[in-house]
Design a protein around this ligand. Structure first.
Ligand SMILES: *[C@@H]1O[C@H](CO)[C@@H](O)[C@H](O)[C@H]1NC(C)=O
Length: 146
């Protein structure tokens, strides 16, 4: 009888530990959910006056949607489609892919930037959030003209 009681106590203890561990795993998952995930596809080298295409894919792991403003920056002055700014709604089951096509005549540093903004009329019913940790995400690289 006594040993049974001990066994019972031991197993409830074990169960408690197990529950606590499950709880910890759950919270860790919640905090590592990423607000903005950027995937950039572009060449690192090109030739003078050859068309360059930058492809940006924006995803979110949040259950809420985000209004994202995406644009390119460079350390040389550019005109034309390079300066195009896109404002799109990004949701968990609706990632977005954006393209910029332009020509370059000299080697430059490029930043692909995504700002999460508060703008009406972009997401359905304006149901969107702004992450409080960071609202600018970027990817920097260089484009070498041979
Ligand atoms: C811009 O940056 C690239 C590399 O990031 C560099 O090679 C180039 O010289 C820079 N151009 C100017 C005008 O600063």
């Amino acid at each position: 009888m006594r040993s049974l009681q001990l066994l019972f106590r031991a197993s409830t203890g074990l169960l408690l530990v197990l529950c606590l561990q499950l709880g910890t795993i759950k919270t860790q998952e919640d905090t590592t959910r990423r607000a903005v995930i950027m995937n950039v596809d572009m060449p690192s080298r090109t030739r003078v006056n050859q068309e360059v295409s930058v492809k940006l894919n924006i995803e979110t792991e949040l259950t809420e949607c985000l209004v994202c403003k995406a644009y390119l920056r460079s350390n040389v002055t550019m005109d034309g489609p390079f300066n195009y700014r896109f404002t799109v709604c990004v949701c968990k089951d609706a990632p977005r892919t954006l393209y910029w096509d332009f020509q370059v005549d000299k080697t430059m540093g490029i930043a692909v930037v995504v700002d999460t903004v508060r703008e009406l009329g972009i997401c359905p019913d304006d149901m969107a959030v702004i992450p409080i940790k960071a609202n600018r995400y970027y990817y920097t690289t260089s484009l070498v003209v041979q």
